[in-house]
Design a protein around this ligand. Structure first.
Ligand SMILES: [Zn+2]
Ligand SMILES: [Zn+2]
Length: 289
C-alpha cells in the first residue's frame, strides 16, 4: 500500500536545513562548508593556471588550438560548478521530521499491530530504503552517502546532479592534464624563459601543482563516478552495498533504474539545469512494511 506525501502534510514548511527564504536546502556543517570552499578554490586555481599560463599569454598568437581548448575548458568548468551547486542546494530526499505521531500513523492507514520503522533520532516514519544521516540530522530516502565535498547527502532527489558533478570534474581533470602535458612539451622543446610569462621556477611550480591537482581530482572522481554508476545499475545504494543488505525491494531493471535517476534518455541527462522528467512513480511515496 502506498501513501503520497501530500496526504501526510503536517501543514507549514519545515525550515530545518533550509536557506534563501526556504527555496534551497542548506546543511549547516562547518566541515562541509570548508570542503566546498576548498573545492571552489581548487577550480579557481585551475582556471588561473590554464587561462593565465597555458592558453591566454599575450605572446601567444590567437590560435585555433587555444580557442577550442578554452571553449572546452570553460564549458566543463561551468557545468561542473552548476552541478556542484545543484547537488549542494537540492533536498536529497529528506523525510518530514516528527511525523511518527499517533494521528499521522492512523491517517496513513496503519492498522493496530502493523509493523513499521520509526527513526528515534528525527521521530519520522522511515520509508523503505531511507537511512538517517547524522550530519543532515534527517532521514534521507535512498541515501547513498553523505559527501562533505558537496556538503550534502547524495540521495534520491539529487543523485543525478552528483553523478554529473563527478563526470564533469573527471572530464575537466583529463583535459587539464592534457593541456599541462602540451605546455611541458613546449617548454622542454623550446626555452623555459620564453615559453611562459612567469619565471621558470614559478612556471614549474604552477604546472606541477596543477598536475597533482588534476591527478588527485581525476582519480577520485573517476572512482566515484564508476561506483555511482555501478550502484545505479544494480539498484543498490552505497549504504546498502556497505551493509550488505538483502534486497527487500523489487529490484528494477538496469534501464528502469537509470531512468529513475536521470529520466527518459535525452540530452537533458547531461544538463544540471533540468530535473529528471520521469522519476519512478513510487519514489515519492511511503511504503508500508
Ligand atoms: Zn532519522
Ligand atoms: Zn547527510
Amino acid at each position: 500500500m502506498h501513501y503520497s506525501y501530500s496526504s501526510l502534510s503536517t501543514g507549514g514548511v519545515d525550515q530545518h536545513n533550509r536557506c534563501l527564504g526556504n527555496r534551497a536546502w542548506c546543511v549547516k556543517d562547518i566541515c562541509g562548508i570548508v570542503c566546498v570552499i576548498m573545492t571552489w578554490l581548487l577550480i579557481l586555481f585551475a582556471e588561473f593556471v590554464v587561462c593565465g599560463l597555458i592558453l591566454l599569454p599575450s605572446y601567444r598568437n590567437y590560435s585555433l588550438f587555444s580557442s577550442i581548448n578554452m571553449f572546452i575548458f570553460q564549458a566543463l568548468a561551468f557545468l561542473a560548478f552548476v552541478s556542484h551547486l545543484r547537488t549542494m542546494l537540492s533536498d536529497p530526499g529528506a523525510v518530514p521530521r516528527g511525523n511518527a505521531t499517533k494521528e499521522m500513523i492512523e491517517q496513513m492507514g496503519y492498522r493496530e499491530g502493523q509493523m513499521f520503522y520509526k527513526c528515534p533520532k528525527c521521530c519520522s516514519i522511515k520509508p523503505d530504503r531511507a537511512h538517517h544521516c547524522s550530519v543532515c540530522q534527517r532521514c534521507i530516502r535512498k541515501m547513498d552517502h553523505h559527501c562533505p565535498w558537496v556538503n550534502n547527502c547524495v540521495g534520491e532527489n539529487n543523485q543525478k546532479y552528483f553523478v554529473l558533478f563527478t563526470f564533469y570534474i573527471a572530464s575537466i581533470s583529463v583535459h587539464t592534464l592534457f593541456l599541462v602535458m602540451t605546455q611541458f612539451a613546449e617548454c622542454v622543446r623550446g626555452d623555459w624563459r620564453t615559453c611562459s610569462t612567469y619565471s621558470p621556477p614559478t612556471t614549474i611550480f604552477l604546472l606541477l601543482f596543477l598536475t597533482f591537482e588534476g591527478l588527485m581530482f581525476g582519480i577520485f572522481t573517476i572512482i566515484m563516478l564508476l561506483s555511482q554508476l555501478n550502484a545505479i545499475l544494480n539498484d543498490q545504494t552505497g549504504i546498502e552495498q556497505l551493509k550488505k543488505e538483502e534486497a527487500r525491494w523489487a529490484k528494477k531493471s538496469r534501464l528502469k533504474s537509470i531512468q529513475s535517476v536521470f529520466g527518459r534518455f535525452s540530452l537533458a541527462w547531461f544538463s544540471p539545469f533540468t530535473e529528471p522528467s520521469c522519476r519512478h512513480k513510487f519514489s515519492t511515496h511511503f511504503y508500508s512494511v
